[in-house]
Design a protein around this ligand. Structure first.
Ligand code: NDP
Ligand code: 2IT
Length: 449
């Protein structure tokens, strides 16, 4: 798709001018604005009220110094970010990413996507994202804790249970959320649901750990069902081996699929007998080791150095669950060539625009990230709900709600695509359905932001 609507083309040109050094942010904005062209044409009051110009500009961007002392006594300085993008329908909500590649462009693309994803969940959460260029790899437990404490010492003045509620993302799991929560509580002297993904003994929700991966498979199941297909007996490739990938493997396997390949940033493994997610749990969650050590557990498996080759492993269904732009044109062509007919994004923006074109031209069923991976943040919103009530729901209750939310997201995206003349295009449908709710809230609230 490209721009035919002159007004949105001008809005986009202005975003480019103001954010020249932010390629990931521009990529995300462009895709959304392109999808919204039929909406701008049908709803002229959105242009009149400057909704598009407003929605592409974060409400607030916080960039801060994060100093900490490493184990050798040396002072380290990282850069911290929190982008509070849009609060039209609820408190800012979105993860924190710790990865050396983190910069303003990446946090802004993630925060922008989060607005529409959170809207799609049907729950009252606005969009935000944060993180730091801190690299957790090779750091001791004590260094991780000191970094998290320093990061929260500044972040705490900008967040709150009714203001902004961070959670995990790449490099931030239960351990980091625990340290962040401890420091927030110490400084603010309050026990509230200011973070999600907490430990179960201090307000965490059952099924939050599994939620993104499980939700991804519930969404994919619905997308396959609409095409008369199922996971049963199908070959599945899951990239990554972190939180999202591990539980995508568990659920895809439970639904009858066979996960034949997984990866980390160094390389990928292939196991024709199906990869047991519990082995990956041991390697990644307990030992925090590399995926190639899978061969110590399953010597019949294969390890290939380099992570992008994973898309050459023949499969029916591909679930990219590692990071942005990990699946390029060559990867998409390799998938289509091997007969892959369904792709659902567990990671945020894992497919490049060129890869997406290949999938759309080949009729591959495609579940875009903001719809397919919304189960994580949806369950975070359920955790906020439980915290407000001072109650804990059972695993089954949370999982059942998650399932219903993902089924609804699929149908809302599919219906919006149909309503705007793009039946089957879930990329457009998810962007439109997610946008409309936020845009209407912004209209009702006047030029507040
Ligand atoms: P984790 O840190 O648990 O795992 C990340 C995985 O992706 C690891 O296997 C990591 O490999 C790999 N990876 C990260 N960066 C790169 C890279 N530059 N190149 C290749 N591989 C890479 O993160 P999550 O599983 O939580 O997140 C994965 C994706 O899912 C992200 O895009 C995130 O934004 C998205 N997401 C996460 C949600 C959540 O609830 N956690 C919710 C919705 C989306 P290595 O160990 O070698 O770095
Ligand atoms: O990208 C995402 O949706 C997340 N990392 C989860 C955010 C959250 O608040 O649970």
């Amino acid at each position: 798709m490209s721009f035919t609507n002159e007004y949105l083309q001008r809005v986009y040109a202005d975003v480019v001018k103001k954010n020249l050094n932010e390629p990931e942010f521009l990529q995300a904005v462009r895709k959304v604005l392109e999808s919204l062209q039929p909406v701008a044409e049908r709803r002229p009051e959105l242009e009149k009220n400057g909704v598009f110009e407003r929605i592409v500009e974060p409400e607030r961007t916080i960039i801060f110094r994060v100093p900490w002392v490493d184990d050798s006594g040396k002072i380290q300085v990282n850069r911290g970010f929190r982008v509070q993008f849009n609060s039209a329908i609820g408190p800012y909500k979105g993860g924190l990413r710790l990865h050396p590649s983190v910069n303003l462009s990446i946090i802004k693309f993630l925060g922008f996507e989060q607005i529409f994803k959170n809207s799609l969940t049907g729950l009252p959460i606005g969009g935000g994202k944060g993180g730091s260029d801190f690299d957790p790899k090779g750091k001791s437990e004590a260094e991780i804790m000191r970094f998290c404490q320093s990061f929260m010492t500044e972040l705490q003045r900008h967040i709150g249970p009714d203001t902004d509620v961070p959670a995990g993302d790449i490099g931030v799991g239960g351990r980091e959320i625990g340290y962040l929560y401890g420091q927030y509580k110490r400084i603010r002297n309050e026990f509230t649901g200011v973070l999600t993904g907490k430990g179960l003994s201090f307000g965490g929700s059952l099924a939050r750990t599994e939620a993104t991966g499980f939700g991804l498979c519930y969404f994919t199941k619905e997308m396959l069902a609409a095409a008369g297909k199922t996971f049963e007996g199908k070959r599945v490739v899951v990239s990554g081996s972190g939180n999202v990938a591990i539980y995508a493997n568990q659920k895809a396997t439970q639904l009858g699929g066979k996960v034949v390949a997984m990866s980390d940033s160094n390389g990928y493994i292939v196991d024709e007998n199906g990869i047991d997610f519990q082995v990956i749990q041991v390697i990644k969650e307990q030992k925090r080791d590399r995926i190639k050590t899978y061969l110590n557990f399953v010597p019949t498996a294969r390890y290939v150095e380099g992570s992008t080759g994973i898309w050459t492993v023949p499969c029916d269904i591909a679930l990219p669950c590692a990071t942005q732009n990990e699946l390029d044109k060559a990867g998409a062509e390799a998938l289509v060539k091997s007969g892959c007919y369904a792709v659902a994004e567990g990671a945020n923006m894992p497919s490049t625009p060129e890869a997406l074109e290949v999938f759309q031209a080949s009729g591959v069923l495609f579940g875009p990230a903001k719809a397919a991976n919304a189960g994580g943040v949806a369950t975070s919103a359920l955790e906020m709900c439980q915290n407000s009530q001072r109650l804990s729901w059972t695993f089954e209750e949370v999982d059942a709600k998650l399932h219903d939310i993902m089924v609804n997201i699929y149908h809302n995206a599919a219906n919006a695509a149909k309503e705007y003349g793009m039946a089957g295009n879930l990329v457009a449908g998810a962007n439109i359905a997610g946008f409309l709710k936020v845009a209407d809230a912004m209209l009702w609230q006047g030029i507040a932001y």
